[in-house]
Design a protein around this ligand. Sequence first.
Ligand code: 1CP
Length: 344
Amino acid sequence: MHLKNDLILRTIKGEKTERTPVWLMRQAGRILPEYRAVRNSLSGFKELVETPELAAEVTIQPVDILGVDAAIIFSDILVIPEAMGLPYEMIEKKGPRFPSTIKSAADLKKIKVAGADDISYTLEAIKITKRELHGRVPIIGFAGAPWTIFAYMVEGSGSKTFSKARAMLYTDPNMAHQLLQMITDSTINYLKAQIAAGADLVQIFDSWAGILSPVQYEQFSLKYISQICDAITEVPKTVFAKDAYFARKLLSQINCNTVGLDWCMDIKESRQLLGENKTVQGNLDPCVLYADESRIQEAVKTMLNEFGPQRHIANLGHGVYPDTDPGKVRLFVDTVKEYSTKIR
Ligand code: 1CP
C-alpha cells in the first residue's frame, strides 16, 4: 500500500525532507489512558499481546493521539524465547519472569529454533494494523538483539547485573554461542515474517548491550546482530544498542541503516564515529519530559540543532517512562515538527 507519510523511510535513505520525523520508543502502551482502558479489560499483558485486534488497536493509538510518524507493533521482545520453548510470565508491576531458564547444554535440547508460525498472533496484529492504518504511517517491526534475549533466557528475569548470563560467557562460551545462534536464527525467521505481514522497517533492541566489555560485545552481541542485518534485505534496519558507546565505530561497519543513540552519547561525536551513510535516531533523555513546557521546548530545539536537518529521526534515548504526562509527549512531538521545519 502507498504510504501517505514516508518521512522516516526517506530520512533513512538520506534524502532531504520537509521536516524531521519523530516517534518514541515504547509509545504503544505505558503512558496513554486509552491504552490502560484496553489493558484493564483483560487478564494481563500477555492476553493483550496475543489478541491481534486489541494489539492493533493500541498500536494505532499513539498515531491518533500523539501524532507520531510511525506505529511500532505492540508486542514484546520476550515472545521469541517463548516461541523457542521457554515461556515467560509477566508479573504485574514487576516485569517478566521465566519459570525455567537455560543453565546447561541439556537445557538447549529442550528448546528449538522458532519459526514464524510460533508467533502468529503478532503477525496477525501487523496485518490488522496495516489494514486499519490505510498507509497513514509506516509500521515498525521489532525484536530483541540475541544478546539481550540470551540475558533473559539465562537470568530468568530482569536484573541489575545479569551475572548468571554474563557468567556463562566465561564458564561455557561454546554453549553461549550455540544458544545465541539459535536465538539469531529464530529472530531472522520472525523478522522476515513481520516484514511479510506488513512491517515497513525493523528495529533491533539491544537493551543490555552496555553490560558487556567491548571485546565481549563484538563476540557475543555484534556478531549476531550483524548476521540478522545481513539476512534482512527487504526493509531498512535500525540497531539500538543501549549504553554501548564503545561500539559506535563497529556499528558503522555493519549492514544496518540507522543507529539509535541514548542520551549519554554525544551527538556530534556519534555522527563522526558512524560516518555519513548511517541515519541516527534519538536521543532526548526521557526525564526531560518531567520538566515544564518551556524547558522541554528548549531541550528539543538544542537536540535538533545538534543533529542537524538530515539523516535524523527524533526520538528519546530510551523508552518513554510510564508516568510521563501524555501532554508533555505531545509537546515533544509538536516541537520536533515545528522547529525542524524552520531549521531547513
Ligand atoms: O511501544 C511499545 O511499548 C511497543 C511494545 C513494546 C516494546 C518495543 C513492549 C511492550 N516491550 C518492548 C520492548 C522491550 N521489552 C524491551 C526493549 C526496549 C527497552 O529496553 O525498553 C525490553 C528490555 C523488554 C522486556 C520487558 N517487557 C520489560 C523490562 C524488564 C526488565 O528487565 O527490567 C518489561 C517490564 C516488559 C513488559 C512490557 N512490555 C511492553 C509493555 C507495555 C510492558 C508493560 C506491561 C504492562 O503493564 O502492560
